[in-house]
Design a binder for this molecule. Sequence first.
Ligand code: NAD
Length: 307
Amino acid sequence: MTRIGFIGLGNMGGPMAANLAKAGHAVQVFDLVPDNLTRAIAAGCVAAGDAWEAVSGCELVISMLPAGDHVRGLWLGESAGERGGQDLLAALPAGALVIDSSTIDVASARRVGEAARARGIRFIDAPVSGGVAGAAAGTLTFIVGGEAADFEAAKPILALMGQNLFHAGALGAGQIAKMCNNMLLAIHMAGTAEALALGVKEGLDPSVLSTIMGKSSGNNWSLEHYNPWPGVMENVPASRGYQGGFMTKLMVKDLGLAMALAEHAHSAVPLGALARNLFNLHASQGLGELDFSSILGLYLDKAPGEK
Ligand code: NAD
């Protein structure tokens, strides 16, 4: 049994921490939202009064926060909050391992990782793919940046929350790979919605068209596992009012990170930029909280799900 600190119990962190507790580990958790703590207690975790209490006595700590600002705020003390100015790294013993699974900008991941290293603390960036369903089922994909030895040390714990564990390269490489993946996901989701809308407007049945494209050269992950058309596929956000998936506003965040990366790399990303504009336009219509597959609504000239 390992004593594990876990900070950030939202849509993803909540079920991830629950899987660690289910495997018999002592999981000390903290979140700013009291309801999230209540759910974690019900799942077998031990609630702490703050992040410092959550990491006390832990040699392994996982953070699952919204964005780079939150991660730097927590680990480097760069926040104006109650304990602003106090960095959580100082609470860990040398040799401890920090796994940050948030999707954040590469610069923030590297800054926190380097600050950790300067204190003799091991750090890996380990963003995930697989969504809320994957977090609950323990089938996430972890994409890790950092020292190979630290990746190996983290593997037994990551394996309790995920099925596919990849070492992408040095510190920050996990975030780079995750951004490339999500940019591609945005592009093929928008493309899938566009093709379905075109066929349906010309009289085709969306299920029939999905089956045909799924067995033809247009097949892709969005079509095969996450069909954006309501009712074509069971158990996907499109069939439950676009609730409970990967929110459009988070996709917009990830596409913004991909654009910053492209600028840094002087790499042309015309399709990624177009996808960012499409999802941004969609979010600006007050639909940012809906799952990102609701981008279909842009092509239907009406709100997603509207008859
Ligand atoms: P979320 O907003 O549901 O959860 C984030 C949690 O962090 C919240 O509960 C918030 O209260 C907590 N938090 C913020 N600052 C804190 C602090 N200083 N101390 C303690 N708790 C704090 O977000 P999520 O959907 O769980 O996503 C988390 C990360 O995972 C994001 O970076 C997101 O891009 C990424 N991600 C999400 C999905 C998805 O499908 N939701 C999939 C893959 C990756």
